[in-house]
Design a protein around this ligand. Structure first.
Ligand code: AHG
Ligand code: MN
Ligand code: MN
Length: 334
């Protein structure tokens, strides 16, 4: 079978399914191209002088890594001139980035986590980029942060890349989930898995266990039951993985199933959770649902959450459907 590039995949989606127009196609190609540049920068490691802290903090008070700042710049520069966007927003910027007046404007809003898992950069463990595409509210020419406050169910596309042993890009246009692997010699993303489905059941969970004593009762019950293994109420053993890069943990779930949780806990309660709704939880929830999994805050379907702030945080529980439903059930019972 001949290989199918991302470009061809998008053109054929446009032609045959009509679920993508020329602007959205350009947008996705531009994001993919930017991700190739980030993959190259990430891959240079110490040789590229890209490791370590940038010496600045972002709006969330987190120390920015050089690669956080560089990845953000790469995505901004790639996307601002094409005429397909009305504005961009990012984890690394306080307010949305307007399209400079010298360029034409389009109808889409792009919001991203330019580099996810940045605590892993310096130790050479997989990191990634997460992005979400929304439509700009009709009639708005100068979108502000309020324009981005749309529930995840309104996303028109979402994706992530993992910069790991290979670079992969996973994408949904609301019609299944597809994976592309970067052919480094050719410089193109090539379709390597289509219509990905997450197994409904799993024996693998991902959570930062060091927060155990801070969790709420339903999550503690769920995890303790898994830890009890075949001697406990679940009657079987479970395995644990925690990469601490959401992209890598979610990618494992898309590959072999599993459940990922960054639940509410006493440490992050004041902020509403740890992970960010608009550029971490929502795009991943869209992808996971499109792959037959489920995503919840514990109390509500993630994609139904009405955002109230650009950098809003939420508790996240996502992955294999039957396990997510079990945790949600424990929340309901408590
Ligand atoms: P970011 O690097 O974009 O700030 O995101 C890091 C997130 C997420 O990728 C990961 O799942 C989680 O933080 C890791 O948290 P712990 O450090 O508590 O393990
Ligand atoms: Mn992140
Ligand atoms: Mn980040």
């Amino acid at each position: 079978m001949s290989s199918q590039s991302l470009s061809r995949f998008l053109i054929e989606a446009h032609r045959t399914k009509g679920n993508i127009n020329a602007d959205l196609r350009l947008l996705l190609e531009v994001v993919a191209r930017a991700c190739k540049s980030i993959a190259i920068a990430t891959g240079k490691g110490a040789l590229g002088n890209v490791l370590g802290n940038a010496g600045s903090t972002n709006i969330q008070g987190e120390a920015q890594k050089k690669l956080d700042v560089l990845s953000n710049e790469i995505l901004l520069e790639a996307n601002e001139w094409g005429g397909h966007l009305a504005a961009l927003a990012s984890e690394e910027m306080d307010q949305p980035h307007p399209i400079p007046h010298r360029y034409p404007k389009g109808n889409y809003l792009l919001v991203f986590d330019p580099l996810d898992g940045s605590s892993n950069i310096d130790v050479n463990v997989s990191v990634g980029t997460i992005f979400s595409v929304l439509e700009c509210p009709e009639g708005v020419t100068e979108p502000d942060a309020g324009c981005f406050l749309q529930p995840g169910s309104r996303q028109v596309a979402a994706g992530y890349t993992v910069y790991g042993p290979s670079t992969v890009l996973v994408l949904t246009l609301g019609d299944g989930v597809h994976q592309f692997t970067l052919d480094r010699e050719v410089g193109a993303f090539v379709l390597t898995r289509s219509d990905i489905l997450i197994p409904q059941d799993t024996s693998e969970f991902a959570i930062n266990m060091s927060n155990h004593r801070y969790w709420e009762a339903p999550v503690r019950r769920y995890v303790d039951e898994m830890l009890a293994g075949k001697d406990g109420p679940r009657g079987r053993d479970f395995n644990m993985r925690w990469v601490a890069s959401m992209v890598a943990d979610v990618h494992r779930i898309l590959t072999r199933g599993g459940i990922f949780m960054y639940p509410m806990d006493d440490k992050c309660r004041a902020q509403g959770g740890k992970l960010r709704l608009l550029y971490e939880a929502n795009p991943m929830a869209f992808i996971v649902e499109q792959a037959g999994g489920a995503a919840s805050t514990g109390h509500q379907r993630m994609l139904d959450v009405q955002p109230t702030a650009l950098h809003q945080r939420v508790p996240v529980i996502l992955g294999s459907k039957n396990e997510v439903e079990r945790v949600v059930g424990y929340h309901r019972e408590s």
